[in-house]
Design a protein around this ligand. Structure first.
Ligand code: ATP
Ligand SMILES: Nc1ccn([C@@H]2O[C@H](COP(=O)(O)O)[C@@H](O)[C@H]2O)c(=O)n1
Length: 425
């Protein structure tokens, strides 16, 4: 008997369940992202499926641009359509340990069957771009089944099959890590450019971004002065340090994304991850072109670069605990082969308490992700750990808790010790 997999992936442990299917049926795999049950499996099923009615929803269209947009739209429809008492969890399909097998969706738990929720369900069932399933008790006590649903007469739902749900061992790799490459992080220019080009018919700002990118590239390569990147979570002191370094080294200060892309940043910050990450990835290539030009005449200091794009991308896409991150040495931490490589990358770190003190002291606008980072210590830890796992170039970690003057002195020492490239400081 072949198996469809329903994984229950949580904040602190991951439990996976398989859905038993007929071998003739094409397998569809599911994972659930939710606070996991911790005791024996059957109470866990009870906990997941037994509270009122539960449904899973997944967008099933081939086109990745449509899929990303519909997924975002689905989230809004579920939250508004099922009301406040219903819990909407992130959920996704996967084949254990198979790269790019992840398909995201939602699991809705606690639906009471009111006229409003019935209407929402009926509307969603009409869409031939969604796969909808419900979860019902099985024949034996403690057993649960998954029923794929199809629309029936008068807007009602009819079951189009019934599959048992059984626990299976956790896969070696956390499913949410299967979908990083070319989805949450881009490892070459073409892949990011393709996403921007493909979405230009629905996101008009993408055309402007592409124009700017295409105007700036290709970059020149010359014998050059050192290129030093400063990375870290927000409010760790990057702006303060990069400005001081610029003075001390007589250098040029650049940032990624570059100011020429600023008019469209807010637009892409509000878009689904696929588009947001492609925007920041392209920003790095534009900054690389500027680095290339500027480093011909002076040392270049860069405030955020590819490591930021990758660390935030990985930290956001991997759900649950830090242990769910791909292990050290994984290809997700590798530098893009076609992106100008800096001579040194410094990662500024401060304690969560000090970081919050600095954020509060500074005030001002925050990006959506910054608000999340502040609220979610776990997310922050994943982003920082992802930074620490980056390779070739790896980040040199700097304790940025001392005074700004002391941090500058410490960093100047590191630069003196580590930077051995043509050109001088
Ligand atoms: N070493 C330091 N000691 C104490 N306060 C500092 C230090 N460095 C920076 N600050 C203060 O902390 C706040 C955040 O610093 P800064 O703006 O340089 O961080 P950042 O990493 O650039 O943040 P973001 O990524 O959000 O732009 C500022 O108010 C700054 O004056
Ligand atoms: N090279 C970069 C730079 C930034 N980001 C994203 O921007 C946010 C943090 O930037 P701040 O300027 O507000 O410090 C965060 O959401 C990063 O994902 C990026 O991806 N790549």
């Amino acid at each position: 008997m072949s198996r469809r997999v329903l994984g229950c992936l949580g904040q602190c442990s991951s439990r996976v369940f398989a859905i038993e299917t007929d071998p003739k049926v094409d397998p569809v795999y599911f994972s659930l992202i939710k606070n996991p049950p911790t005791d024996a499996e059957m109470p866990a099923f009870q906990e997941i499926f037994g509270r009122e009615k539960s449904y899973s929803f997944q967008v099933c269209v081939e086109d990745r641009i449509q899929r990303a947009l519909l997924h975002d739209d689905l989230r809004h429809q579920l939250i508004s359509g099922f009301g406040g008492d219903v819990k909407v969890f992130e959920m996704s399909s996967f084949r254990p340990n198979a790269q790019n097998s992840l398909v995201k969706g939602f699991f809705v738990n606690g639906v009471c069957g009111t006229p409003e929720t019935d209407q929402t369900l009926s509307k969603l069932l009409q869409s031939n771009r969604l796969a909808v399933c419900t979860y019902v008790p099985g024949d034996a006590v403690g057993r649960w089944c998954q029923e794929p649903l199809r629309p029936a007469k008068d807007g009602a739902a009819a079951a189009a099959g019934r599959y048992g749900v059984v626990p299976v061992p956790s896969p070696d790799h956390h499913p949410s890590a299967l979908d990083i490459i070319n989805s949450s992080v881009f490892y070459n220019f073409i892949e990011a450019h393709n996403v921007m080009a493909e979405c230009a018919h629905v996101i008009t700002e993408a055309k402007h971004v592409l124009q700017r990118v295409d105007q700036t590239l290709p970059m020149r390569t010359t014998d050059r002065f050192p290129v030093i990147v400063i990375e870290g979570l927000d409010a760790t002191g990057k702006t303060t340090l990069t400005e001081s370094l610029k003075q001390s080294l007589g250098g040029v200060l650049l940032r990624s994304p570059p100011p020429c892309l600023s008019p469209w940043r807010a637009c892409f910050d509000a878009k689904p991850a696929l588009f947001r990450r492609a925007f920041y990835a392209l920003g790095n290539y534009v900054t690389a072109a500027h680095i290339s030009a500027e480093s011909a005449r002076a040392p270049v200091i860069v405030d955020r670069y590819w490591h930021s794009t990758a660390a935030y991308g990985i930290g956001t896409s991997v759900s649950g605990k830090v242990g769910n991150l791909p292990p050290r040495g994984s290809e997700v931490y590798r530098w893009p082969g076609d992106l100008l490589r800096p001579d040194l990358v410094l990662l500024l770190t401060v304690s969560p308490e000090e970081r919050l003190r600095r954020i509060r002291g500074r005030g001002g606008e925050k990006t959506r992700e910054e608000v999340e980072l502040e609220a979610n210590q776990l997310f922050r830890s994943k982003v920082e750990e992802a930074y620490r796992r980056m390779e070739d170039p790896a980040c040199v970690v700097v304790d940025a808790s001392p005074s700004a003057a002391e941090v500058l002195q410490q960093v100047l020492l590191v630069i003196k010790e580590k930077v051995h490239v043509q050109g001088s400081l």
